[in-house]
Design a protein around this ligand. Structure first.
Ligand SMILES: [Zn+2]
Ligand SMILES: [Zn+2]
Ligand SMILES: [Zn+2]
Length: 434
């Protein structure tokens, strides 16, 4: 056991929360509190070709795996380093062709099983404070829907990975999938595009708060935890497990659903931001309470409906956004989070359709209210500034573009660190344009 985290944090029993991490020294915003290499990670299928399968770096001119021609690497070292993981999929992808379709959770679980077999009982560098086997599973809280999903995942695991893996018994697999479900991390880039999934056991020790004092970002396959507020020695460190845009009721439901606990952070008890998050439009005759309630229900359903419709044609998606924006706009202010949610989705669709002007106009409406609702150092805010910056530069609005990029960088240098490739890339990009 490593008694104290070398990086100035230690494991402790957090009252009412179980295990947690706390600071042993002072941290200022931007300070690195912890870094943890992935115990196991997987590049999402959609990013193949743009990122190295081994180190997850974003690069041009990667070389293909000669056998499956589906995995790409920076160089021979990355390829060799990844072979023990890639071999689980390489020949299966050739054999199944189009029919090769395990979910990302299944792919990650397969890698964890392989890694466990490889490392046996030895403590890896990702497990200085907590072992993978010690990750919380919350087996007793699983609902039927989740159980069914896990059974389907286990079937897929057997189907696609039987050649190279010795599977543990069924109960152990259920336990593993339950652990991955509540402790798996989604790796995103600086624009919040999904890159893959991973487990970082030490980082999984950090408890949740809707007013977090640290943020987790990724440098290749390493998770980095940086302070986003001043933290005093002895203070517990908290990250946010969820998108913090939404009002208390929504956040609590999400946390209960996915992580099985009720948040009692300051924001959840005071609900201080809820009023602004659900702001009503100023009208000569204010809408009745019933009308507001109905619209809230409509807003929540609209989020769900859009999520379900995600695979339909873009032009239809944009129509869904516009219709719901028109409807909600009768009651909700433009800074209302349900309006913002739909505008953000609309911006995404416009980007996808290469409607740059459309994307820019949605982004400009979003970014101000985002600053209001999100914490000071938020990737949700910096990623919108980044997109706006790039859009403006593309549309030859240089001055405005550089302004946006600078705003993005002011946040990025704290959350990613000044030496992060994402930050450095932007620096050069915007300085060259000045
Ligand atoms: Zn690489
Ligand atoms: Zn291959
Ligand atoms: Zn909370």
């Amino acid at each position: 056991m490593v008694p104290d985290g070398k990086e100035g944090i230690e494991k402790f029993q957090s009252p009412g929360k179980g295990r947690g991490l706390r600071a042993c020294r002072r941290f200022a915003a931007g300070d690195l509190a912890l870094s943890c290499p992935a115990y196991a990670c997987v590049l999402t299928v959609g990013e193949r070709g743009g990122h190295c399968e081994g180190c997850l770096s974003r690069r041009e001119g990667l070389s293909k795996c000669g056998k499956c021609k589906k995995a790409f690497y920076c160089n021979v070292d990355c390829q060799r380093g990844d072979w023990s993981m890639h071999k689980l999929e390489c020949s299966a992808m050739c054999a199944y062709g189009e029919k090769w379709s395990p979910s990302e959770t299944v792919r990650l679980a397969a890698r964890i099983i392989a890694k466990k077999q490889k490392t046996q009982l030895e403590r890896t560098v990702s497990e200085k404070m907590m072992l993978v086997s010690e990750l919380e599973a919350h087996l007793d809280k699983l609902g039927n829907e989740k159980k069914e999903m896990m059974e389907a995942d286990i079937a897929a695991l057997h189907h696609f990975y039987s050649k190279h893996l010795d599977f543990p018994d069924h109960d152990s697999l259920i336990h593993l999938f339950a652990q991955v479900n509540c402790n798996g991390f989604t790796i995103e880039d600086e624009q919040l595009s999904h890159l893959g999934s991973a487990v970082f056991p030490d980082v999984a020790l950090i408890n949740h708060s809707c007013c977090p004092n640290v943020i987790v970002t990724y440098r290749g396959i390493v998770a980095e935890v940086r302070a986003v507020k001043d933290i005093s020695p002895g203070e517990e460190i908290f990250t946010s497990y969820i998108d913090l845009l939404y009002p208390t009721e929504d956040r609590i439901e999400r946390l209960r659903d996915s992580y099985y606990f009720t948040c009692n952070c300051t924001e959840c008890s005071t609900k201080a931001k809820d009023k602004a998050k659900m702001k009503i439009r100023k009208l000569s005759t204010p809408p009745k309470q019933e009308v507001i309630k109905d619209m809230l229900r409509y807003g929540r359903n609209a989020i769900e409906d859009f999520r379900k419709a995600k695979h339909t044609k873009n032009i239809l998606l944009l129509l869904i956004c516009e219709l719901s924006l028109d409807k909600m706009g009768l009651v909700f202010d433009d800074t209302n989070v349900y309006i913002l949610h739909m505008m953000y989705q609309a911006m995404g669709v416009c980007l996808f359709m290469e409607d740059w002007e459309g994307a820019l106009s949605y982004g400009e409406k979003i970014v101000g209210p985002y600053r209001l609702h999100y914490p000071a150092y938020s990737l949700n805010v910096s990623s919108v500034y980044l997109k706006l910056g790039r859009l403006c530069l593309g549309l030859e609005k240089e001055v405005q573009g550089v302004k946006y990029l600078k705003k993005a960088m002011a946040i990025m240098e704290v959350v990613f660190g000044k030496d992060h490739p994402y930050h450095k890339e932007r620096m050069t990009n915007s300085v060259q344009r000045l």
